[in-house]
Design a protein around this ligand. Structure first.
Ligand code: ATP
Ligand code: MG
Length: 405
């Protein structure tokens, strides 16, 4: 296993705080990832120093979450989150702690963390502090709550989503007691902000096992958004073959949920989860296109490109390849590479040209569309003189001018 060492700037932050007498440790996900031999995505430190003391020691650092004691420290081009040891008290809303208290010891800080694998800390000398058996669970590849799972899920229902997300991302199983509690407490998910649910689903869709997104639906966590699927994980496996981009994976998920009767429309499902307008629109159009006959020639692809745009065509082709097979993306790429015109923007004549020919209003629009349709079928005709001749005008035979078509 590759041994991962923290970058120098992270060690400098740690030793600077230590030199001032503040106990400071690497903590959470970065320690977990180091134990797994994986390079951490970001670096978190926890410290006995108060946020103001951290800010004072590192000019240019930013108080990113003062209420929770978090300061983002920048050193050179690197940055790390430094959070004061804290405990949390009461979770009346199943989402946020009613109060946060800064404390002086690491153990209380670790005990508020969600899973044993995340409740681990590493000292500057490389000593592992692991009061809840995190290293053992990492070896056994288990997601296990710190403390009583039911209580931990009652405190913060998002942890149930995080459990499934980490399980998919790391290839860990969910420990039996944690799984039982999740099934039991799933109804609390209805209290969470949809945006936070969306983010966990999206991370799972982009993980190494996106088919496990199925579990969000079968466990009841998504009851407010969709009916549970009848088929299992196997039917969600195609998601892993889609490009590793959030948008197209949301579209693929919608196609699967619609197919299994879990949702009535992609739009309602995605809107409820607060997906951005572009993803909603492209996903809805993609699933609609997937439900009708797909383009079978370059001309048909160009028509689709004109009607729906390049992104929608690409998502549709990728989903079609994944769900039905058949080289649709390859056919689409060939069309795009050919340089053939499929949009008014690339037509060799413009609206101005047709105005100059004396065309106006709807007639002008019809003529442009007619010219484009012609060029889609006869790419070699996308030349100005040829199109002007085809368009006609006063005194000329045109294909689409009133009374002549
Ligand atoms: P990632 O690699 O996805 O960033 P991470 O473990 O760093 O994984 P974060 O969401 O960045 O996850 O959170 C940092 C740490 O804060 C976690 O490792 C965990 O110890 C703690 N944590 C985050 N969210 C919660 C939560 N809802 N409940 C309890 N502890 C949490
Ligand atoms: Mg993190």
């Amino acid at each position: 296993m590759e041994k991962i060492a923290p970058p120098k700037y992270v060690m400098r932050i740690l030793t600077t705080l230590r030199a001032r007498g503040y106990p400071t440790y690497l903590v959470g996900g970065c320690v977990r990832d180091m134990l797994l031999g994986a390079r951490p995505q970001d670096w978190d430190l926890c410290t006995g120093a108060l946020p103001e003391q951290v800010l004072e020691l590192f000019p240019g650092s930013v108080p990113t979450g003062l209420k929770h004691g978090t300061v983002t420290v920048r050193l050179g081009s690197g940055k790390a989150e430094v959070t004061t040891f804290r405990t949390e008290g009461g979770y009346a809303d199943h989402r946020h702690p009613d109060s946060v208290a800064f404390v002086s010891d690491l153990r209380s800080d670790l005990s508020r963390r969600d899973f044993t694998m995340n409740a681990v800390a590493l000292s500057g000398e490389g000593l592992l502090i692991d009061p809840f058996g995190g290293a053992e669970d990492i070896r056994a590849r288990l997601v296990r709550c710190v403390g009583l799972p039911e209580r931990r899920f009652e405190e913060d229902a998002l942890r149930m989503f995080r459990a499934l997300r980490f399980s998919a991302r790391l290839g860990f199983a969910v420990e039996a007691g944690t799984w039982e509690a999740l099934l039991h407490k799933a109804p609390l998910a209805s209290e969470l902000a949809p945006e936070r649910i969306r983010d966990e689903l999206e991370k799972t869709l982009l993980s190494q096992a996106p088919e496990l997104v199925c579990r969000f639906f079968t466990t009841g966590l998504m009851a407010a958004f969709a009916r549970p699927p009848q088929a299992g994980e196997e039917s969600f496996r195609p998601l892993g073959k889609l490009p590793k981009k959030a948008g197209v994976r949301w579209a693929g998920l919608c196609a699967l949920l619609l197919d299994q009767g879990c949702v009535d429309a992609a739009e309602g499902f995605l809107d409820a989860l607060r997906l951005d307008k572009r993803t909603v629109s492209l996903s809805c159009r993609t699933v609609r296109l997937l439900a009708s006959p797909l383009p079978a020639s370059s001309v048909e692809w160009k028509r689709l490109l004109h009607a729906e745009g390049t992104d929608c065509a690409a998502w549709t082709a990728a989903c079609a390849d994944t769900f039905f097979g058949g080289g649709h993306s390859r056919a689409l790429k060939a069309v795009l590479r050919s340089g053939d015109c499929f949009s008014l923007k690339h037509l060799a004549v413009s609206g101005e040209d047709l105005l100059a020919l004396g065309l106006r209003g709807p007639e002008l629009g019809r003529t442009l569309e007619g010219l484009l349709e012609h060029v889609i079928e006869h790419p070699a005709d996308n030349r100005r003189e040829r199109l002007l001749a085809l368009a006609g005008g006063e005194g000329q035979e045109g294909l689409w001018t009133a009374g002549k078509s």
